[in-house]
Design a protein around this ligand. Structure first.
Ligand code: FAD
Length: 406
């Protein structure tokens, strides 16, 4: 009898960890495992703000998949997923197709632009290594160009970050470190460079502990960031954003050479386009992380929607939840293959830490312990290093770990 075929789409946190865990839960005789990913590397999405600002090199944030998975156990296919034909248990790739008995959808996130005019065309987004590299190179170019182009204006040095959530604030933390470096490198007066954050809510980091939010805002303001809260981006043009304060009729225009949108993410559109039942673009998975309309399909990470019964809101999309889900999916596939009942996924939050550059941060860990400053920055590095260790063991940790002292 042929072995059951397990197909994993995407090698981000959720997909890669599912592959790694399946090799631990199953033996070679139990199933054939195939992992498909667009690139031959996995990248640390949680480090994209550093790659975008240029505070770390992009190679630091990516890991060759062949160095993490056992090629004798997992067949890796480098290709782009185009469509899932769930009725035929088939996945259409750019260069072929694959069939499956069990599918794990781990295709991650894309930017949600909410129909804002010009956002797709003129604003950058941190979605992948390549998009992050483009942001860094664009910013570098603005600074390199400034003293070499007689028509250049300080407005071309200005940076607007749309969205004051987790990734927007982490990006600002890196930018306030990187911009002074660029000014020194290209002989530019730092006071010419304006960094603005535009956030629709009345506070940055909505939902975070208010004392820590104040700390983060004061920290970034002290480094020159200007916040426009209760303010919406209405339009993006090639060299500006048009914003509107809540309750105002008037539009204000901020000229800027670099506009980066971090104001929202949604699930990879392939999920919706393949006809899965969705809610806010994601699959509202059952307790055991299977799709509600297809028992042979598991969904992990940013493509899955799980409600937090306490708050009545979905859990936010994080690497932390994706990694935890991957463990349960691997065990549940084993249970199904062994005719055992599946497990219910229960999320255990280990806390959240937002970096403010290399040597500052804020966070809540171990239930309710608040951290800020260097203690929080150390914790952030511990979290990043732990994630590397879980993915690829000591070897990967030693190669890519964050050990640089403050
Ligand atoms: P991803 O990690 O995005 O992986 C998706 C994979 O699918 C990628 O490898 C991609 O190349 C591949 N793929 C996509 N489309 C295709 C296709 N068509 N064909 C083939 N392959 C494809 N979370 C935290 O927990 N803590 C943090 O501190 C944190 N910080 C963040 C900072 C930033 C700047 C950002 C952007 C996110 C941050 N997050 C953080 C959120 C976290 O990165 C995501 O929730 C997490 O990456 C989701 O994991 P995933 O496996 O669902 O998707």
């Amino acid at each position: 009898m042929s072995k059951p075929k397990i197909l994993i789409l995407g090698a981000g946190y959720g997909g890669l960890m599912t592959a790694v865990r399946l090799t631990k839960e199953l033996s070679n005789e139990d199933a054939d495992i195939t992992l498909v990913n667009k690139h031959n590397y996995h990248y640390e999405s949680t480090w994209l703000h550093e790659v975008s600002a240029g505070t770390i090199h992009h190679d630091k944030a990516r890991v060759l998949i062949k160095n993490v998975i056992n090629p004798n156990r997992v067949n890796f296919v480098q290709d782009s997923v185009r469509e899932i034909k769930k009725d035929e248990k088939k996945v259409i790739l750019k260069n072929g197709e694959l069939t499956y008995d069990y599918l794990v959808i781990a295709l991650g996130f894309e930017s949600a632009t909410f129909g804002i005019k010009g956002l797709d065309e003129y604003a950058f987004a941190m979605r992948s290594i390549n998009t992050a590299r483009r942001i860094r190179e664009h910013i570098d170019y603005q600074f390199a160009n400034y003293n070499n182009d007689k028509n250049a204006t300080p407005e071309q040095l200005a940076i607007v970050v749309g969205g004051g959530g987790f990734s927007g604030i982490e990006l600002l933390g890196e930018l306030v470190n990187r911009v002074p470096e660029l000014c020194r490198e290209y002989d530019i007066d730092p006071t010419l460079v304006k960094i603005t954050n535009v956030e629709g809510a009345s506070s940055i980091l909505p939902g975070f502990d208010p004392e820590l939010v104040t700390y983060a805002k004061n920290f970034l303001e002290s480094k020159g960031v200007q916040f426009k809260l209760d303010t919406f981006i209405k339009e993006v043009t090639p060299d500006s954003v048009k914003i509107q304060a809540k309750g105002s009729e008037d539009l204000e225009e901020i000229k800027a050479g670099t506009i980066i949108w971090t104001g929202g993410v949604k699930a990879n559109a392939i999920v919706e386009n393949s006809g899965f039942e969705t809610n806010r673009s994601k699959v509202p998975v059952k307790d055991d992380l299977r799709a509600p309309d297809d028992d042979s399909v598991f969904v992990v990470g940013d493509c899955a929607l799980i409600m937090n019964e306490e708050s009545g809101r979905p859990y936010p999309p994080t690497a932390q939840i994706a990694l935890q889900e991957a463990y349960v999916i691997a065990r549940n596939i084993k249970h199904i293959l062994k005719n055992e009942p599946t497990e219910t996924f229960v999320y255990k939050s280990k806390g959240t830490v937002a970096s403010l550059g290399h040597s500052d941060a804020i966070g809540v860990v171990f239930g309710d312990k608040k951290l800020k400053g260097k203690a929080a920055a150390t914790m952030k590095k511990v979290i990043d290093d732990r994630s590397l260790f879980l993915q690829g063991g000591l070897g990967l940790l030693l190669k890519k770990g964050k050990f640089k002292p403050f």
